[in-house]
Every structure is written in structure tokens, then in C-alpha cells.
Design a protein around this ligand. Structure first.
Ligand code: FE2
Length: 320
């Protein structure tokens, strides 16, 4: 066992050790039942075979281009209760990079974000694609993206269902503030807002996540969650919910809408773009990269640039 884990377990204020032990057990068998685990292996095997086949085909090059067709979406959210010191605060939202799937994703992302200025960057999970692959190469690619950012208040990260617990410390070494079922406070001119960051609720730690949401301090709060599957609990204390996970449905055929969302049926309305739940507004970002098969159809990759405003409730989404 590495020394750092022993150190964490000795600190009663830090529950990361217990969290990591539980998560790594689940990473070995991400689904609860053996038959589901077997099915997952078959799906991965089939996907890998399909990937080899389509990599040889000329038409896949066009789909690679679709997957890498990255766009910028400007989002403006206005809230009556936003502390005035945060009027005009800009948040760069990056999600679902899957950096180990398509090699050029890191360079493309770094090129796009290097032209943008924001106060804060949030990474809402799925930095990697293969949870069982070595961590080093994906951290090296993430480092290239992080070093291209121009954000005064730094970077906050959470994990997605493709990410591993072993990524937390290397990401923190890149200067990313990781939130694992925790909240933090951002202060500006004597006023503050809170951010709650959860481990993936699609496959891991839903109960811990719900407790973290409930423990968020009163005041203006933003939830950072990989998928839009915990909106009920989040809407009690949060005004804005930022997530990804769905890749905009991966394949969108005319008249059919998003084909692959990875969401429960009741949450499919949250599969992409802007939505509301009670007093909370949310945005499901289409994500940057592609998962398993390096392809998208009818859903462009997306970087979100959010501006918060203090004023009457209003939202605007402007693809650039
Ligand atoms: Fe993803």
C-alpha cells in the first residue's frame, strides 16, 4: 500500500482513504452483478473488434472528423440571488475529453481553450476512456490541456464513470482542485458562492453524493456532476447544475434525436443542452471527445463558456 494512503487514513478529517478503497473495488467490477460484468466485457470486446474494423475503412476518417469537430458554446445564466461580486464571472466547462481514445483530442482542445479567458475552469469527468489502462499517458495529455488554460481562479475537477480513483492525486499534482463528494467556497470582494463536486453517480457512490449535496452550505451553489442523474437532490440547494456524460446522444438521426444517452428513461429529457428542474437550471454539455468507437454523428463536440449574471432569471445559449 503506498505511503500516501496510510497518511490519508490517519487523518480523521480526510475520508479519501475509505472512499478510494470502496471505489477501486467497484472499478474492478463496475456493475453490481457478475452477469452484468460479463456483459460489459463482451460489449468492450465487441467494441474493440468493431474499432479495429472501422479504423481500416475510409469512411471512418469522416467520422473521426465529426468526433473532432469541436465547437464553442457561449452560455449566459442570470440569477436574482447571485452575489453581485460574481456578476460577470466566467466559467469554462470541459467534459468527456476521453483523451486516450483519439490521440489528437488534447491538442485540439488546448488550441481552442488557449484563446479563451475565464475566471474558473471546471472539468466534469471522463478525462479518460479506458479505466483499466495506465494512468500516466492520459495525465500527460491532460497536462497539455491544463497548461493552455487562462483562468485566474484555477481548475476544479470531478471524476466520471470512465475515470479511476488512481487519477485523483496526479490530477491534483497538475494543480486541479479535485472535489470528491465535497464542497468548496469561492470568495470575491467579501461575497461567496459554493461549488459541490461529486464522484460519478451513474456507477459509483450515489449515497455519498446525496449526502454531499445535502451538506453544501446555504447560499448560491453550483453542482458539478458527471451525469444529470441526481437533479432531485441537487435542486434543493443548488441554482446551477453542470454535467456531461451523454455526448449529446452520440448518434443523432433525423427525427430520432439522441440515440445513446446512458441515462435512465426518466432522465432522457436531460440528455443534452439546457434544462430546468424546479428553481435549478442545468446544462448537459455534449463533451469534447468520443468514447469506445471514435465517432459521433449529428452531435458536435462542445466546450462551454459560461457567464453568470446577477438579475432577473434568464438564460441564453449561443453556439459560436
Ligand atoms: Fe463520456
Amino acid at each position: 500500500m503506498p505511503d500516501d494512503l496510510i497518511r490519508l487514513s490517519d487523518d480523521p478529517a480526510n475520508n479519501r482513504y475509505a472512499w478510494r478503497v470502496q471505489r477501486e473495488e467497484r472499478e474492478a467490477f463496475p456493475h453490481r452483478h457478475v452477469w452484468r460484468s460479463n456483459m460489459r466485457r463482451r460489449v468492450h470486446g465487441t467494441a474493440a473488434a468493431a474499432k479495429r474494423l472501422i479504423n481500416r475503412a475510409e469512411k471512418v476518417r469522416r467520422r473521426f472528423e465529426d468526433a473532432l469537430d469541436l465547437g464553442l458554446t457561449e452560455l449566459r445564466f442570470s440569477f436574482p440571488d447571485l452575489p453581485p461580486a460574481f456578476d460577470g464571472y466566467r466559467i469554462l466547462h470541459l467534459t468527456d475529453l476521453h483523451l486516450d481514445n483519439i490521440e489528437s483530442t488534447a491538442a485540439l482542445t488546448a488550441g481552442l481553450v488557449s484563446d479563451l479567458k475565464a475566471d474558473l475552469c471546471v472539468l466534469t469527468g471522463d478525462i479518460r476512456d479506458n479505466i483499466h489502462a495506465p494512468t500516466g499517458p492520459v495525465i500527460e495529455r491532460l497536462g497539455r490541456v491544463i497548461s493552455s488554460l487562462k483562468v485566474a481562479d484555477g481548475v476544479i475537477g470531478i471524476l466520471g464513470n470512465h475515470d479511476s480513483a488512481a487519477m485523483v492525486e496526479p490530477m491534483e499534482e497538475l494543480g486541479i482542485r479535485m472535489l470528491i463528494n465535497e464542497s468548496m467556497t469561492l470568495a470575491r470582494d467579501g461575497e461567496c458562492i459554493h461549488l459541490t463536486g461529486l464522484d460519478d453517480v451513474h456507477m459509483y457512490h450515489t449515497d455519498d453524493a446525496a449526502r454531499a449535496l445535502a451538506a453544501t452550505p446555504d447560499g448560491f451553489a453550483i453542482a458539478l456532476v458527471h451525469s444529470p442523474e441526481i437533479v432531485e437532490q441537487a435542486s434543493i440547494r443548488h441554482r446551477l447544475y453542470l454535467c456531461g456524460h451523454t455526448h449529446g446522444g452520440v448518434f443523432n438521426l433525423p427525427g430520432r434525436g439522441p440515440m445513446v444517452t446512458g441515462l435512465k428513461r426518466k432522465n432522457r429529457r436531460l440528455a443534452r443542452g439546457l434544462w430546468r428542474h424546479g428553481e435549478m437550471v442545468g446544462y448537459t454539455n455534449r463533451g469534447i471527445g468520443a468514447s469506445l468507437v471514435p465517432s459521433r454523428l449529428g452531435t458536435q463536440g462542445e466546450v462551454g463558456l459560461i457567464t453568470l449574471h446577477q438579475g432577473p432569471p434568464e438564460t441564453a445559449v449561443v453556439p459560436l
